[in-house]
Design a protein around this ligand. Structure first.
Ligand code: GN1
Ligand code: MG
Length: 368
């Protein structure tokens, strides 16, 4: 996928670390927006590894504002870790000797270098124990973000997770189209059926704080040979938002053991139970408001619907937002999300009783 040569990547690297030499490169295949390379460096005067990223200017309208947020969030997390060493490690920016941590190329894209946390691996599908580890780390992240004032951040991506705005855009684009195949028909029918979900968090009182906004399973770093989650990366969407957007998205991703490209995704009740239990036990329960408890499962439905809607709208709009790995990729991704919603609904009864049990156990015994 990378149109960049090793020489170009090494030039970018040397902007940040002038003495570094590139020994090997591995491009990460997980991101749908930005490009990421894990760099193996030679020599003893630089770190053994670092992460180079090219941020997509077509998606992020204000890259300087995004960087200001990234600096603030990563500095806050580093302060927390300095105060309490058992805090997980999160990425940090490398600065060059002039103090610069960002490089704009001729195309307006922003390049940056961050620390490598590891040894670690990323996973596009997780097991129930890994879902639990992700849930636990997500709760820690939420607690750490409670001491970061929302006013210190700007909105890096206006309209992100505004499901009603995504629907309005879809309505405008789809009005000019008739479906050309069964997959498009299925998506249109799914959106028509599920659209009331878009209002889920507009009623009642729902907890809002600084959230990650993109806690899918491949944005967690796992230890190479165990199920331990080491870190949560991809901090560009960190923003003031609904806690349930994070929980819903993490459930959407971690409870789908077949991945975002699967033909027939399942919704795994065991992963659901494990993730909820871990998130609540790691302090999540104190962050939830009573109204959040009522719609916690529905928040997973909302995020599945929203992502299916976003993939399908991008398909209708000429695949301009998400990186597509083959023609029709966005359409296939949309079908997968809508089928995942069906799979969740087939388990709805057992998922609601798992949730009720977990929430009840916590209110009767906070240590459970
Ligand atoms: C994108 O950047 P990445 O690949 O972590 C997207 C998320 C979607 C996700 C689906 C900024 O995340 O909202 O849930 O793809 N990020 C942005 O895989 O749009
Ligand atoms: Mg992201």
């Amino acid at each position: 996928m990378s149109p960049f040569s090793l020489v170009q990547l090494e030039q970018r690297l040397r902007f940040f670390l002038p003495a570094a030499r590139l020994q090997a490169v591995r491009e990460s295949a997980d991101g749908n927006i930005n490009q990421t390379w894990i760099l193996q460096l030679a020599g003893t005067c630089s770190p053994p590894k670092a992460v180079l990223q090219r941020l997509n200017p077509a998606v992020f309208p204000d890259l300087p504002a995004l960087m200001a947020n990234f600096r603030r969030v990563t500095a806050h997390l580093a302060q927390c870790r300095a105060a309490r060493p058992d805090t997980p490690e999160f990425p940090r920016l490398w600065q060059n000797p002039q103090g610069e941590d960002a490089l704009f190329d001729e195309g307006g894209a922003l390049w940056r270098l961050t620390t490598y946390i590891g040894p670690s691996r990323t996973l596009v599908r997780v097991s129930a124990p890994q879902a639990a580890a992700a849930g636990s780390l997500l709760a820690r992240f939420h607690r750490l973000m409670q001491s970061l004032a929302p006013e210190e951040l700007s909105d890096p991506l206006p309209g992100f997770h505004d499901t009603l705005a995504y629907l309005a855009r879809f309505d405008a684009i789809s009005a000019k189209r008739t479906p050309i195949n069964a997959a498009e028909e299925f998506c249109l029918e799914s959106i028509a059926r599920l659209r009331p979900l878009a209002c889920l968090l507009n009623e009642g009182q729902h907890a809002r704080q600084v959230v990650h906004a993109d806690p899918k399973c491949s944005n967690f770093l796992f230890a190479p040979a165990t199920d331990q989650a080491l870190s949560l990366i991809d901090l560009d969407t960190v923003r003031f938002g609904f806690l349930l957007h994070d929980l819903g998205d993490c459930l959407r991703s971690c409870c789908n053991p077949d991945g975002e490209d699967a033909d027939n995704p399942r919704f795994d009740a065991e992963a659901f139970a494990a993730l909820i239990r871990a998130w609540l036990a790691e302090g999540g329960q104190s962050l939830l408001l009573p109204d959040d408890r009522e719609v916690l499962l529905d928040s997973a439905r909302l995020l599945i619907f929203e992502l299916g809607l976003r993939f399908f709208t991008d398909h209708l709009d000429g695949d301009r937002y998400f990186v597509c790995r083959f023609p029709g990729h966005n359409l296939q991704r949309a079908v997968t999300q809508f089928r995942l919603h069906t799979a969740l609904m087939q388990e709805e009864g057992s998922l609601r009783s798992i949730l009720a049990q977990r929430l009840k156990r916590l209110s009767s015994s906070p240590e459970a």
